[in-house]
Design a protein around this ligand. Sequence first.
Ligand code: PMP
Length: 291
Amino acid sequence: MSNYVYINGEFFEKDNAKVSVFDHGFLYGDGVFEGIRAYGGRVFRLTEHVDRLFDSAKVIALDPGISKKEMEDIILKTCAKNNVSDGYIRPIISRGVGDLGLNPYLCKKSTVVCIADKISLYPQEDYDKGLRIVTVATHRNYNESLNPRVKSLNYLNNIMAKIEAVQSGVKESLLLNPLGYVAECTGDNLFISRKGKIFTPSVQSGSLDGITAAAVVELAEKRNIEVIHGLMSRFDIWTADECWLTGTAAEMIPVTNVDGRLIGDGKVGPVYKQLLADFKHLTETTGTSIA
Ligand code: PMP
């Protein structure tokens, strides 16, 4: 359980951890965030997450008001303060307090928050048997409206798709981009394997540049499995041998049914299992020490 939340230089007890209702993060979803995991007292891929947080901020012209090094220290301190050695960390940088108008330049100073807690998205059964997912009508944002590479506080696109998934009786949905190519899921990147090769939609297809995905690509390449980033359609998914999702919160989860089509033989496959074992080893043996 998280007890202390970092806000702008101070730790507050969870019940007293408050941000102004005039913060544009609350009024407009104007801000950026990260989701990071700690394993065995080490933060996994800390530099990569902070780099992505700052890239997201740069794209929305948000001055974080702190350096990357300071952000890394805040993340490590928040874990230490809450005795989190295995958990989930949520740094947030919002535009800060302004008035009721949109203009971000009237917000004087960004708000920096960090929470360290636990997260569990899916029961073990879903990891053992694989998820069933469906394509939904909500498309991923057009790159030039809000680029999906920006991990912004405006997650309504993803939330709309999650609502459609739940309304369809499944837990996760497949989002296409405005051209009909596969982009990603609501909070995860998508991979397939077919005839010994691995394929995943390129970031230009409308997906977040996933940090778990990058780790899985490295692990696959270490095993001399070719990984191809490119345009993918649902044809590729439906006819794949295996399919799985990657994301910090879900880690690696298999998908065995997409739009009513069994993927391969409908069972969790060997490529996924091998890479999952490699991923577990990686998370257990690397990362930035908390204490
Ligand atoms: N896509 C979206 C939309 C996400 O929110 C996330 C989770 N941050 C991912 C993909 C996976 O990214 P990562 O592996 O860096 O957590």
